[in-house]
Design a protein around this ligand. Sequence first.
Ligand code: 13P
Length: 250
Amino acid sequence: MRRKVIAGNWKMNMLPGDAIKYIEELSGLVKDTENEVIICVPYTDLFYCISYAQDTNIKIGAQNVHFEDKGAYTGEVSAEMLKSVGVEYVIIGHSERRQYFCETDEIVNKKIKAALKNGLKPIVCVGESLEQREAGQTENIIRSQTKNAFEGLTDDDLKSIIIAYEPIWAIGTGKTATSEDANNSIKAIRDEVSVLYGKEVSDNIIIQYGGSVKSGNAKELFNTSDIDGGLVGGASLVAEEFSKIVNYDK
Ligand code: 13P
């Protein structure tokens, strides 16, 4: 049985004072869950969130990482730097980064390798745009994004990776994929992992759904055969609402 992993992605929101209050509140609300709880926060909140999440069951992630170890890359943050402050997870290849910051599959692949080399666990995002969906290309796109992201990775590497299927048209729009649709896309991604790495790896890899997940639809989405939890944007910004998503099975 795969575990459920519920991750929040705050995106570019939350100043440290609010972040601290949030972690204090959330830790009480999710203390009894058996689901894994992750919050991916802006760089400027990492240190505070990691300090306040100590001795709780909340794990802290970053939202991006550079692929080089160090050097003249003004404004960038390396995997070693993230690791040094206690970061455990990092989102890689989010569609907002692919779209606004020109991240290609090749860059995503390099970032995954840098994260793994430094002991970080990547949450790798894949997902089709509305045009691609309407052109019937969903399965091809998500299979090729998965294959390209994992180029050169071993079976062992896959054990530290979570995949998040986030159809771009469902992000921040209030439009959620139906649970059946999301489950089918995730089955296709799982099948691609099976083609590349075999059944055992694909049976064990965690694949989340993301895109307008909220407390009202979490249960239906997470009770499907292949959706192993969610990557939650807007609804992760309020601790109480996010806790209801984490506690969808209570
Ligand atoms: P929303 O939950 O706001 O649609 O965002 C999803 C997302 O992009 C999480 O990474």
